[in-house]
Design a protein around this ligand. Structure first.
Ligand code: ZN
Length: 197
């Protein structure tokens, strides 16, 4: 006997999420049907729609935002410094510590030729449209091969712009990303950033 049609559709939906295989998708679908009540399911579907409707990427810095960007629109932030990060989540990790007051730029990934991701697939052009009042660019990219490649690529492009380029000093193992660092490590990494040449 096969699963009911609607159940199979749900399994297919869950399978679209990263790291979710067929078995986990079936378990999640079964949980949704058997354990959650109607109200919980309907509020889940409302939240999904609401999030998809209201959350976008800031057209300037690329951070996830709801209605307006709390960073770009904050008059108290230092507009002369931009920290370049790979992913949205890095911004939220860095914002945990009160130490950084500049702006951000989210690349939306890192250069990875093995997966067909080149510079043109990242938000690099939009970074170069924001450099007018900028004194320093802090590259806060992971110590992975992809992070290194991306940092070097940006450094080359920024070389003749008269802007200081620094690289955050990771006190965390090569290959790890920012989210593995505790607040103290993040603070140290930021304070000990090195001029990148
Ligand atoms: Zn923004």
């Amino acid at each position: 006997m096969k699963y009911p049609e609607s159940f199979l559709k749900l399994v297919e939906d869950f399978k679209k999420f990263p790291g979710i295989g067929k078995k986990t998708a079936e378990r999640l679908a079964l949980f949704t049907i058997s354990t959650l009540d109607k109200e919980q399911v309907s509020s889940f579907s409302e939240h999904l729609n609401e999030a998809k409707e209201n959350i976008t990427h800031c057209p300037i810095c690329g951070t996830l935002m709801e209605h307006h960007c709390p960073i770009c629109e904050d008059p108290n932030r230092d507009k002369n410094t931009i920290m370049v990060v790979s992913d949205d989540k890095d911004v939220f990790v860095l914002e945990r510590t009160p130490i950084y007051h500049g702006l951000y730029h989210v690349l939306g990934g890192a250069i990875d030729f093995s997966r067909g991701i080149g510079p043109e697939d990242l938000n690099i052009e939009s970074l170069f449209q924001r450099l007018n009042d900028v004194d320093e660019i802090i590259l806060s990219l992971a110590g992975t091969v992809e992070g290194e490649l991306t940092a070097q690529y940006l450094k080359e492009l920024l070389k003749h712009k008269g802007i200081k380029v620094s690289r955050i000093a990771y006190g965390i193992p090569v290959g790890a990303d920012l989210s593995f660092a505790d607040d103290h490590t993040l603070e140290l990494a930021l304070n000990n950033r090195q001029k990148y040449e």
